[in-house]
Write a protein of this length. Structure first.
Length: 375
């Protein structure tokens, strides 16, 4: 009998740039010519059916005009496409076009696209490089930054995936002008979350300038993009693999993800997160983590933007409560919530502990009270 040790200690630098600006497709093409993807000459542009004509095809054209081999891989738009079957379909299509380990994936779109394409890139050929070109406010604030990639299952959202960092992220605020108003409103939910957990000044800015953002004012959109990135990278830089601190980015998501799933995705992700944010401030207020005035400011801002704070009547409340137990923060069958501390900070519950157990009856009381909340 014998044994030996395989030494695999190594230091990996997964740093990358996030570029915020307007009309960034030419910048993307120039960056690739300047070596962003190393010696890669073949690019898989992954997008959805809505984004394809707006930005997917222009990215494809720019790459081909720059002398690269590139193909467009498109799937039906919507959260219901963020599943293993879609990933398999895309992988098979890439293999059929002879894509192998010497390629690079470019995700062009919103959160569904960047989540799905990033997960595919992390597993295709045991990992190929990828680039995110964010075309929605929601993806600019959340999904395109931090390396979290995943697909949904019937049980819950984002349960299967990996953390896999992109080569670069492009936040093109010009693309927001082509978004329906409902999608702009939806996208602001994650920005409100960032303000609540780490940026009191951003919260005040949203109170004063939310309508300018929704009108796609360039200065306002650039400002919130920069603040969003600053909040997220400071957290991810300290805890890339979500061992402790990164859990705070789940503020509002315990109820949010559950209600998104229970709604059958009738609720957009941002709408579900907004309801989840309302739940955590209402419970947090009862626990003394923020004042009644601070709680009301958060609820008022969410409503001012046009996001919901009440649970729709069609949601089965007991089913929602059961779905809470699929949250990734659950430990030993116990519900755990992240709470904001006032506005611009989060609660801690011990050394590097950012969530606490919440008895089911406490969150049940809040959920039923939200059904009755007058808008």
């Amino acid at each position: 009998m014998s044994s030996f040790r395989v030494e695999l200690k190594k230091t990996v630098d997964d740093s990358y740039d996030v570029q915020i600006g307007q009309n960034l497709i030419p910048v993307l093409a120039e960056d690739i010519k300047n070596g962003l993807a190393g010696g890669v000459r073949k690019f898989a542009v992954i997008t959805d059916s809505t984004v394809e004509p707006l930005y997917g095809t222009p990215v494809l054209t720019a790459l081909r005009e720059a002398g690269y081999a590139a193909d467009l891989f498109v799937f039906p738009a919507g959260e219901k496409s963020k599943v293993r079957a879609t990933k398999e379909m895309l992988e098979d299509a890439m293999l059929e076009k002879e894509y192998r380990r010497d390629c690079c994936v470019i995700a062009v779109g919103g959160g569904v696209v960047t989540d799905l394409a990033g997960f595919l890139a992390g597993t295709f050929g045991r990992g190929v490089p990828f680039i995110n070109y964010a075309t929605t406010l929601l993806s600019a604030a959340d999904a395109s930054i931090g390396g979290k990639t995943a697909v949904d299952t019937e049980l819950a959202t984002n349960l299967i995936g990996l953390i896999y960092q992109p080569l670069k992220v492009y936040v093109d605020i010009d693309t927001w002008k082509t978004l329906p108003h409902k999608q702009l409103v939806n996208g602001l939910a994650e920005t409100v979350k960032h303000a609540c957990l780490a940026d009191r000044e951003l919260f005040r800015y949203l109170e004063e300038h939310s309508q300018e953002i929704l009108a796609c004012d360039a200065a306002a959109c650039t400002y919130i993009s920069e603040r969003n990135c600053a909040v997220k990278y400071k957290v991810v830089m300290k805890d890339e693999k979500e061992k402790n601190l990164r859990e705070i980015l789940n503020l509002g998501h315990t109820v949010g993800r559950a209600i998104e799933t229970v709604s059958g995705y009738r609720l957009l992700h941002g709408e579900a997160v907004a309801i989840g944010m309302a739940a955590q401030v209402l419970l947090g207020c009862e626990c003394g983590y923020l004042t009644k005035e601070e709680c009301d400011r958060v609820l008022t801002l969410i409503e001012k933007i046009g996001l919901p704070v009440a649970i729709p009547e069609y949601i089965d409340k007991e089913n929602l409560i059961r779905k809470l137990y699929t949250d990734k923060k659950v430990r030993d069958g116990k519900l755990r919530f992240v709470f904001q501390k006032g506005i611009g900070s989060v609660m801690t519950f011990g050394d590097e502990v950012y969530a606490r157990e919440v008895p089911e009856d406490e969150i049940r009381s809040i959920i039923y009270s939200m059904e009755r909340r007058q808008l």
